[in-house]
Design a protein around this ligand. Structure first.
Ligand SMILES: CC(C)(COP(=O)(O)OP(=O)(O)OC[C@H]1O[C@@H](n2cnc3c(N)ncnc32)[C@H](O)[C@@H]1OP(=O)(O)O)[C@@H](O)C(=O)NCCC(=O)NCCS
Length: 165
């Protein structure tokens, strides 16, 4: 494996990432959750992982920001890693760099959500030190969920991490 470097998200990353995210998410419709403005306005907190082999191919990314409303909170909206690059700590590196950036901006908490079917994401967030917030229901395996969080029938698992712990 070659080395991978992290840099800030750029608008020019958008067309490539939009074209691959549905595949990276195993066929789920993710591209519509990823408008161009994230890549225009969240560059200072967003991150891109690129190959150091001369191709500068994008192999991972993170879209996140500091809440303009709750300035001690940051939010991670999306993280995705090229399937060929999984399991080597890349998403962990992206999260840890993001934690560093937002801590410097005065944040104490980082939040995120995922779909209850995304077991990989739930386990990954657990490994990254996130707690699952108590909701109004649980899945059959006991995971707390917030029913109708993203619209009728659209339950979500809500995560929070305290950066001081
Ligand atoms: C989830 C995802 C981002 C993980 O990326 P990755 O680079 O393979 O993760 P890492 O190698 O950095 O793993 C970090 C930790 O999480 C754990 N982990 C990662 N993916 C996991 C999974 N699918 N199931 C269980 N644990 C997992 C790793 O074992 C590791 O634990 P450790 O560091 O304590 O040993 C990646 O699988 C992905 O892009 N999935 C599709 C997109 C998605 O669902 N994104 C999340 C919702 S926005």
């Amino acid at each position: 494996m070659t080395n991978v470097r992290l840099r800030n998200l750029r608008e020019e990353d958008y067309p490539f990432l939009r074209s691959v995210v549905n595949d990276w998410w195993g066929g789920r419709q993710i591209a519509d959750l990823m408008p161009r403005f994230f890549f225009q306005h969240f560059q200072t907190t967003g991150l891109t992982a690129v190959e150091e082999d001369g191709t500068h191919r994008i192999v991972g990314f993170l879209v996140g920001f500091v809440s303009p409303t709750h300035t001690e909170q940051a939010y991670i909206h999306l993280v995705g890693i090229d399937p060929a690059y999984r399991g080597r700590g890349l998403a962990r590196n992206l999260y840890e760099r993001f934690f560093e950036i937002v801590r410097k901006q005065g944040c104490r908490y980082v939040r995120g959500i995922t779909s209850p079917v995304n077991i990989g994401s739930i386990q990954f967030h657990g490994r990254m030190g996130f707690e699952i917030e108590v909701g109004d229901a649980t899945t059959s395996d006991g995971t707390p969920i917030h029913s109708d969080y993203s619209g009728e029938g659209q339950a979500r698992v809500c995560f929070v991490k305290d950066l001081n712990r």
